[in-house]
Each structure stands twice: as C-alpha cells, then as structure tokens.
Design a protein around this ligand. Structure first.
Ligand code: FHN
Length: 441
C-alpha cells in the first residue's frame, strides 16, 4: 500500500490530452534532429587499423571489445567543446522542431546523472556534466521539443547481456534460443528506473524513442507495461513503436496495428514507396553511420536530403535526421553544411512542410505534392525545360504562384486530359522549387 500511494503521488497531474491532441505538435513538426552521442564517439569506429563496418556506435561489438576493455572510453569521455545551446541553435536554424538524443545507446553508458548506475557521465567520466540536463534546458530555452532515445539492449549491464555466457557474441543476442533468465531483473530494477529518471528530472519530454526491441529477452508484456508506465509519469509523451515487439523489420511499421503498444512507426534508413495512413517517422543518417565515423565520407548531398524531407512529408511522415557529434562535442563540418542548406530551404519553403499533410495524388514524375486546407504545394525536383509543368488532371487551380514570389501569378490551362501551369524558364530554387496552388472548390 505504501508503495502504491507514493507512486500515485509521483503521477503527473497535467491534463491528459486525447491521442490526436497529444500527437498534434509532432505531426505538425515534420522535421527533427537525431543525435547519436556516447563513448563510441571517441572511438570513431576505429581500432588500430581495423574499421568497424556499418554504424560506428556499434564499436564495442564490431571491434571486439570486452566489457572491461571498453570501460576505458567512458573513463575518457570529456567533450569539453560540448555546447548544448549551440547544438539546439543549429537544429532550430535547420528548421528542425525537436531533438532526440541517445541518452543511453547499446553500449550502456548513460549521458545523465543516473542514481541507479555508476556507468554514467557523472560517475564514470571525467566530464562530470549532465548532458541531458544541459540539452533539455537549452531546448526549453529555445522552444524546441526535447526527446530522448533509450536502448533496451545494454552490452554493459551484467543482467542484460553476455556476462552470463562465456565467449558471448553480442551481435547474436537476438538468437531466440539463447535465454537470459536475468533480463527481467534488469528490466525492472534498472531500465524502468532509468527511464523514470529521464521522465522526472528533465521537464517535459516530447518523445521517448526506444530501440533494441528485437532481442528475444524483451517481451511484449514488458513493452506494454513500459508504455503505460511512461504515460503514467508523463501522460502526454509520445512513444515510438520500438517500445513493444510490433515492428517487422527495417520498414519500421507494425504488422498488426492495435495489437502492440507505441504511437508511431519507425522506418530506418528507408522511405516507404507510397503514403501511409498511420503515424510514422523515417530516421536516417547523413553518411552511413549513426555515431561519429570520420572514415565514412559517403555523405548524402543537401539536395538529396531536402528531397527526402519533401518525399517523407508528401507521404504523411516525419523526418528524423541524424548527427553524430565527435568525442569533443563538435558536429562534423559536413553535417553543419547540410544543416545550413536545409535551413536556408526550410526558411523559404517551410509553409509547404510544417503542418502539411500527405499528397492526395500519386507522385508526379517531376517531384511531390504536399497539402493543406484549400492549398496544394507542388515541390518540383526536376524543373521543366519547357516552361510548362503538368499537374494532376483533377487539380482545380484558383491561383498559382512560386511560393517565394507571391506577386507573380502563374497562368494555368485546364483541358479534359490535363492541367498545365506556365512556369518561369529557370528554376527558382537550386534544390527544390515550390509552387503554391490555391484550389478552387
Ligand atoms: O542498432 C541501432 C543503431 O545503432 C541506431 O541506433 C539505429 C537508429 O534507429 N537503430 C538501431 C538499429 O535498429
């Protein structure tokens, strides 16, 4: 009884919104920043001449560190150039409306002052600054939603992983024949209390973004329990679908909607071909790695990233674009350049993105459509050399202009087979040009 009543006191007394109200800010936001940062950011995916394949945040596994060996990285974690305000400003200037930071990735190292663990930035690292506190405060100050990522997989905690198995290979931890009888203890006595700390000590949390849902030790009962546990503490928080076991691979969507907990689907490094009716967010890297990896120079172009944002919004999703800061706390210059380019574009064309909904039409050859009440936005990736743009035949144009030039009205011609717009010969924007079409009823 004692326990129940003290828990009840900790329950939030904020007004519980209905689901549409709760999801509204997130649905309108469209664009967020993912930040993968941890002890792995010191390693950069390299051990001597060895380079980790794939994401550098997997260094512990990929570069075969033992748990003891790996601890030296948290012991070195001292990113003196970390400036939460500057990070948030960069996200804001890029047009991002929320930030999701890896409070704890698979390596197990916590970026906040956790009372249930010494494996954190205060107790284990020389840094001794609570990263989550600084970032959540900077977000609040600058009016951007603070959100955190939490890995269910934990390669460091003795009850969560391979200490139980000699010569344990971490990456085989999704083998359903290997059962870790101690995992429920980790879930109850470590994971939940850590998640609770993050939900009680850092103000309002926009999204709780889980990962590591695939391991066989984690059950759907735990997922459902965790979801309601979170909503009890912060009723209006949004939780991704990786809190439960509903995700069916990298397309990130649930097979059986309604059967599993979670508020949105999480396609990873891919964008669905067509629009999806339920909530979803595609997360993606700018090069091939989530964590800082200087050897990976395969950067997506700014134009590609802007087109991806548009593509995602035209299909009803959100775009969570990743940054992997280095071990000093700096964003890679290649990432900054891309954030700046996206900021320039969203500054001019944000009207066609924020609060917009999916295109009612199949994607045209030249680009994508997004929609708002009474308005359609044509996002032109391939500007026509002919000076005419073909629109879907059902579009009834009342008035059309280039979004950045509301004074010049574009002529339109509708025949029974098509609707054609007369557009400038030169593309108004070097990446994606947007035409605003006010619709006749
Ligand atoms: O293994 C992780 C990976 O390191 C990264 O965090 C991504 C982000 O969505 N998720 C995992 C794989 O699904």
């Amino acid at each position: 009884l004692q326990v129940t009543s003290s828990f009840a006191q900790e329950k939030s007394d904020v007004k519980k919104l209905d689901d549409d109200q709760r999801m509204e800010w997130w649905r309108d936001s469209k664009f967020g920043m993912f930040i993968h940062w941890g002890a792995y950011s010191i390693i950069g995916g390299e051990r001597g001449t060895q380079i980790a394949g794939g994401g550098a945040e997997w260094a512990m596994d990929k570069l075969d560190y033992t748990i003891e060996d790996y601890e030296k990285f948290p012991e070195m974690f001292n990113p003196t150039m970390f400036d939460a305000d500057a990070w948030v400003t960069m996200a804001k200037n890029a047009g991002m409306k929320y930030i999701v930071i890896t409070a704890k990735h698979h390596e197990g190292f916590a970026l906040w002052d956790s009372k249930v663990s010494d494996y954190d930035v205060i107790d284990k690292a020389p840094f001794k600054r609570d990263v989550i506190k600084e970032l959540s405060e900077a977000c609040k100050k600058q009016g951007i939603k603070f959100c955190f990522y939490y890995s269910i997989v934990d390669w460091h905690h003795p009850q969560a992983q391979g200490n139980l198995y000699p010569n344990y290979n971490i990456s085989q931890h999704d083998d359903p024949t290997v059962v870790n009888p101690k995992f429920p203890k980790y879930y109850k006595n470590y994971m939940k209390p850590q998640v609770k700390e993050l939900l009680t000590n850092y103000g309002d949390v926009g999204v709780v973004w889980f990962d590591g849902d695939w391991i066989s030790d984690y059950t759907t009962e735990m997922g459902k329990d965790l979801y309601s546990y979170i909503r009890d503490i912060q009723p209006n928080t949004i939780v991704n679908n990786r809190v439960d076991k509903g995700r069916t691979g990298m397309d990130g969507m649930n097979n059986n909607p309604g059967q599993f907990a979670g508020d949105f689907g999480t396609p990873e490094q891919e964008i669905p071909d067509t629009g999806i009716d339920s909530d979803w967010e595609a997360c993606m890297t700018m090069n091939g790695s989530w964590g800082y990896k200087p050897s990976d120079t395969d950067w997506k172009s700014s134009e590609d990233l802007i087109q991806k944002l548009v593509d995602i919004v035209s299909k009803g999703g959100n775009f969570l674009l990743n940054i992997g800061p280095d071990g000093f706390g700096r964003f890679p210059s290649e990432s900054i350049r891309r954030l700046n380019a996206m900021g320039e574009w969203t500054q001019k064309n944000g009207e066609a993105i924020y609060g917009a909904s999916a295109s009612p039409y199949a994607k045209p050859k030249w680009g994508r459509y997004t929609k708002k009440d009474g308005v359609l936005y044509a996002h032109v990736f391939d500007w026509p050399e002919t000076g005419t743009l073909k629109l879907h035949k059902d579009i009834k144009v009342k008035k059309a202009t280039v979004l950045t030039d509301s004074k010049t009205v574009l002529k339109s011609l509708a025949t029974s087979r098509e609707v054609v717009l007369e557009v400038p010969m030169l593309a108004p924007d070097a990446t994606v040009s947007v035409i605003k079409i006010e619709l006749a009823n």
